[in-house]
Write a protein of this length. Structure first.
Length: 613
C-alpha cells in the first residue's frame, strides 16, 4: 500500500473525528470505525469529507491556459503549464490524489451507512436518512470519477482507451493497490450506475412538504412504512438539505458525462453515442419546459441586483456553492484604476469570437464590422463579459491603450505594470459591479456572490451539441419538442442578437443562424462558438478543446491601441489598432489527453501511462 495515502487517509479520519463543531470528543481522541455506528455525526463526517473533495472551482482558473485568456501573474502554474512545462510529474490539472481520497471516503461511508443509528427511534425516519445519505454518496462518487476521467483518461500504447482504476470498496492495509486502469467505457458505466442509484434514492429537489403533499411520489414510499410529513421535512426539507446533491443534480451529472463520452476524443471506444447524450440532456431540460424554461437573464446571473440570501435560488442554476459576501473576485480582476490586480486578461481571440449584433461573425462580409471602431454594434454579451478600451467602470474611464485617460492617468494601460493587462482587456464576467468596492478604495461594501457548479445553459448547449451531431440542426430525435436549432436560437435571442438597441427583431432576423441551420458542420461550429461565449471564464474551455480534439496551440493575441493625435480626445478617427502576439502556447498533440501521475506509474506496474507522457 502506498504509505502516504495510508497516512493521509488516517490523518483525515483523526482530523474530522476531533472537529468540535461536528463531533463529540472521544476519550483520548482514540476513535475507531466501529464508533461511527453509534455516533451518526462521526459517520456523517466521512460524507462531508467527500463533499470537501469536490473539484468545482469558484473563480476563473484554467482559462488562462487556453486561447481565451492569459494572466499577469508570473507565478501562475497555469501560465507555466501552457508555455511548456506540463508533464506527468508537473500537472496542475491533476485530480488524481484529491478525487481518489474523496472516493475512499465515499466507499467507506457506503459500508456503514445502513448500520448507523441515524434515527433509531423511528423506523421510517431511519430509512429516510439511509436513503438520502446513500444517494448523496453515490452521486458524489459519480462526480469524483467524472473529474478523474476528464483529467486522466486516454489512449495507452496498446491502442485502448483507458480511464482510471475502478475502486468501489474501501481500501486498507490488506488491499492490493497495484490495480490496472479500467477501460473508459467501463468507467462510464460505473458512473452511470452511481448516478442511477442516486436518482432512485433522492428526491428530484429538496423541499418542505405540507399536509397537501401526502401523495408526493417520493414521500409516498415512506408513508407506506409509517412516515410522517414532519419527519420527511427534517430529512429532505429545503432548510435541512439546501445545496446537497439531489436527484436533479444527479441527472445533470449523468448528462455531462454522456456528452464527454460522446465527444470526438472518446466516442470511438466509449460505447456512448451523441444520441444517448442528447436524450439524457433532454430529460433534464424537459423538467423545466424545454426552451421555454431558459432563464431570460441566465447569461448574467452573477449581476443579480435583488439577491435574497434567505432564498437565493435562481432559474439558471441547477447546483451551486453556498453564497457568501466578499470582494476577492473584484480585487483580483478589476483594473488598477479601481484598485484591482487585473489578473485574468481576456484575449483578442475570444473578443473576435463575439459576433456582431446582427448575428454575423466579424469576418463575414455582411457583418458591418468596422475595424476602426471594433466594439461598436457587437454582441451585447461582449460588454457584459469583457472590459475593453473606452468603457466605463464604477464611474472611471478605462483606457487600456497607450495614451492617458481623461485624468492624465496611465494606470490601466497595456503592459504598464504587474497589475495591468497584457492583452488590452480586463475581465468583467462573474463580477458584481454594482456597489461592491475593492481593497484600497476606502469604502468596502461586499455583496453576495453565487458560484454555480452546474448551470442550465450548460445543459442546453450540451443538448444542442449532441442533438446536432446525432440528428442534425432541426430534427427532434429525442421527441421532446425542441431541436439544436431551437436551443441556439433561444440563447442568441436572449443575448440580444438580431435585434436593434431597444430589443426589436431586425427585419432580416438572425440570417447567420438560418444559414447554419442548413448544415450540420456549420451548426457544429456555431454551437461550439456559442458555448465558448456563454461559458467563458467558467473553467470549461480547456476541457472542451481537448474533448473536441481542437488545437491547443493557438497563440494568444491582444491589441495595442495608439492615439494618433495626442492633443485630441480619443475618437474612432484618431485611434489605431495593432493586433499583437501575447503568449505562445506550447502543447504537444498527445496532450489532448492528460497524464497519469508519474509517481503512480513508477510505483505500480499494472498502471499504464497514456501515450506520449
Amino acid at each position: 500500500m502506498k504509505t502516504k495515502n495510508i497516512i493521509f487517509y488516517f490523518i483525515g479520519l483523526l482530523l474530522f473525528s476531533s472537529c468540535d463543531d461536528m463531533f463529540e470528543p472521544a476519550d483520548e481522541n482514540n476513535r475507531q470505525t466501529e464508533d461511527m455506528v453509534e455516533e451518526s455525526k462521526y459517520a456523517h463526517g466521512l460524507l462531508m469529507s467527500a463533499y470537501d473533495r469536490l473539484p468545482y472551482q469558484t473563480t476563473t482558473v484554467t482559462d488562462v491556459a487556453t486561447d481565451d485568456a492569459v494572466t499577469n501573474d508570473k507565478n501562475s502554474v497555469y501560465l507555466s503549464m501552457a508555455t511548456g512545462t506540463w508533464a506527468a510529474d508537473n500537472d496542475p490539472m491533476s485530480q488524481w490524489n484529491s478525487c481518489k481520497i474523496g472516493i475512499q471516503y465515499v466507499n467507506l461511508f457506503l459500508t456503514i451507512v445502513d448500520k448507523v443509528k441515524w434515527a433509531p427511534s423511528a423506523k421510517s425516519k431511519q430509512q429516510m436518512f439511509v436513503d438520502r445519505l446513500k444517494g448523496e454518496a453515490y452521486g458524489l462518487r459519480a462526480i469524483l470519477y467524472y473529474y478523474l476521467l476528464m483529467a486522466h483518461s486516454g489512449y495507452a500504447e496498446d491502442g485502448i482507451l483507458y480511464g482510471i482504476p475502478l475502486i468501489t470498496e474501501p481500501q486498507d492495509g490488506s488491499s492490493d493497490f497495484n490495480q490496472p486502469r479500467a477501460t473508459f467505457a467501463d468507467c462510464v458505466k460505473q458512473i452511470f450506475a452511481d448516478c442511477d442509484a442516486a436518482i432512485s434514492l433522492l428526491p428530484l429537489d429538496y423541499r418542505d412538504l405540507t399536509n397537501a403533499d401526502e401523495n408526493d411520489p417520493h414521500f409516498k414510499k415512506y408513508k407506506d412504512i409509517g412516515g410522517v410529513i414532519s419527519n420527511y421535512n427534517a430529512v429532505f426539507g429545503y432548510s435541512h438539505s439546501r445545496n446537497l446533491l439531489s436527484g436533479r443534480i444527479a441527472e445533470a451529472v449523468k448528462a455531462q458525462v454522456a456528452l464527454l463520452a460522446a465527444s470526438p476524443a472518446y466516442r470511438d471506444q466509449s460505447e456512448v453515442t451523441s444520441e444517448d447524450a442528447a436524450k439524457l440532456c433532454a430529460k433534464v431540460l424537459e423538467r423545466i419546459g424545454g426552451v421555454a424554461g431558459l432563464d431570460s437573464k441566465g447569461n448574467i446571473w452573477y449581476k443579480s441586483q435583488k439577491f435574497d440570501p434567505t432564498n437565493p435560488e435562481m432559474k439558471e442554476i441547477i447546483w451551486r456553492e453556498d453564497y457568501h459576501k466578499n470582494t476577492s473576485q473584484e480585487e483580483d480582476q478589476y483594473p488598477p484604476t479601481v484598485y484591482g490586480n487585473g489578473r485574468v486578461n481576456p484575449s483578442q481571440n475570444l473578443v473576435d469570437a463575439f459576433p456582431m449584433r446582427n448575428g454575423f461573425p466579424i469576418t463575414a462580409a455582411s457583418s458591418g464590422y468596422d475595424k476602426q471602431d471594433p466594439y461598436a454594434n457587437r454582441d451585447p454579451r461582449l460588454a457584459h463579459y469583457v472590459l475593453y478600451n473606452g468603457a466605463k467602470l464604477r464611474g472611471s474611464d478605462i483606457v487600456t491603450g497607450t495614451y492617458p485617460n481623461a485624468k492624465g492617468e496611465i494606470l490601466d494601460n497595456l503592459n504598464n505594470s504587474s497589475k495591468a493587462t497584457r492583452t488590452g482587456y480586463y475581465l468583467l464576467k462573474l463580477l458584481r459591479g454594482d456597489d461592491v468596492s475593492v481593497a484600497g478604495s476606502g469604502s468596502e461594501i461586499p455583496q453576495y456572490h453565487l458560484y454555480p457548479r452546474i448551470r442550465y445553459t450548460e445543459i442546453f448547449l450540451a443538448y444542442a451539441e449532441a442533438a446536432n451531431d446525432a440528428w442534425g440542426p432541426k430534427v427532434d430525435g429525442a421527441g421532446v419538442g425542441f431541436t439544436a436549432y431551437d436551443v441556439i436560437k433561444a440563447i442568441r435571442e436572449r443575448a440580444g442578437l438580431a435585434t436593434n438597441e431597444v430589443g426589436m427583431p431586425l427585419p432580416e432576423g438572425d440570417a447567420y443562424l438560418e444559414d447554419c441551420a442548413n448544415s450540420k458542420d456549420k451548426m457544429t461550429n456555431l454551437i461550439r462558438n456559442e458555448r465558448r461565449i456563454e461559458l467563458c471564464f467558467e473553467n470549461k474551455r480547456f476541457w472542451d478543446l481537448r474533448r473536441w480534439q481542437m488545437q491547443l496551440n493557438e497563440t494568444v493575441k491582444g491589441v495595442q491601441i495608439d492615439k494618433v493625435d495626442m492633443d485630441k480626445d480619443p475618437t474612432p478617427d484618431n485611434l489605431t489598432y495593432t493586433y499583437i502576439d501575447v503568449e505562445e502556447r506550447k502543447y504537444a498533440d498527445y496532450q489532448c489527453y492528460g497524464p497519469i501521475p508519474k509517481s503512480e506509474v513508477l510505483q505500480w506496474s499494472e498502471l499504464r501511462q497514456n501515450k506520449g507522457w
